[in-house]
Design a protein around this ligand. Structure first.
Ligand SMILES: Nc1ncnc2c1ncn2[C@@H]1O[C@H](COP(=O)(O)OP(=O)(O)OP(=O)(O)O)[C@@H](O)[C@H]1O
Length: 231
């Protein structure tokens, strides 16, 4: 469960306000117009942007002032997720050990994560020798190995074609269920919410609204949501 209590999140001159709870485990899609503050919400939760008012919590634990590296959160962006000079295996291993000194048990966990994300045979390649979809699989494998209870996806699969995008979404869904993750997923495709989400949060003009169930969101959208959906 993720809590935003009277929170004001700052991105330069732009503020996002959020006073809501995201139930977990489960998947909550985050939608809204461009520039409304969706990325700001995720970046503040990950500890990369300041909370200037209120508090943030994960499973009841206050994380407002916890350093980003120590938050119970993994993040996956659309790009810039991988280190160009490191192999696939090393990029994934960073999820467990920043110094890459893995025990044999940890090396086995890395192999398992690579297998689950369909990366067998690509272990020794550098990111430049991978397709966009393969690169996102590597980033996802690393995020999964971090084994944090909250996974934040910011348009992570936006650059992928429809088939691969769906495949990645279903992979996230199966891992989220298996590991009891709470996933917040920014997407410009409301259909993504129908594919894997339980809830949908609308962010409009710097205000994050409490999540609705997917059924409520599409069946009885509030006026701002209806305008966004073009209904
Ligand atoms: N580094 C920055 N400094 C100042 N303002 C910024 C910065 N980054 C973003 N903003 C502004 O903050 C607002 C919210 O941006 P944010 O990226 O959170 O929106 P978004 O909903 O994720 O948009 P998109 O869907 O286009 O990615 C925008 O008005 C944007 O111009």
């Amino acid at each position: 469960m993720i809590g935003f209590e009277g929170a004001v999140l700052r991105n330069g001159a732009f503020d996002v306000r959020a006073d809501l709870t995201v139930e977990g485990p489960g998947i909550c899609a985050v939608v809204g117009p461009s520039g409304s503050g969706k990325s700001t919400l995720l970046l503040a939760l990950a500890g990369f942007l300041p909370v200037v008012q209120g508090r943030l919590s994960v499973d009841g634990r206050d994380i407002t002032h916890v350093a980003s590296a120590r938050r119970p959160v993994s993040v996956l962006f659309q790009d810039h997720n991988l280190f160009a000079h490191l192999s696939v295996t090393d990029n994934v291993s960073l999820g467990l050990r920043p110094d890459l000194r893995l025990s044999s048990d940890q090396a086995a966990q890395v192999r398992d994560a690579l297998h689950r994300t369909g990366l067998d045979g690509l272990q020794g390649r550098k990111p430049a020798a991978l397709s966009g979809g393969q690169q996102q699989r590597v980033a996802l494998a690393r995020a999964l190995l971090r084994d944090r209870p909250v996974l934040l996806l910011d348009e992570a699969f936006g650059a992928l074609g429809p088939g691969l995008r769906r495949e990645m979404l279903l992979l996230v869904q199966s891992v989220a269920i298996e590991r009891n993750l709470t996933v917040l997923m920014v997407t410009h495709e409301p259909e993504d919410a129908r594919t894997i989400a339980d809830h949908v949060m609308f962010v409009g003009e710097g205000q994050a609204h409490p999540p609705l169930t997917v059924t409520e969101f599409f069946a009885e959208p509030p006026p701002a949501v209806a305008a966004y959906l073009g209904l």
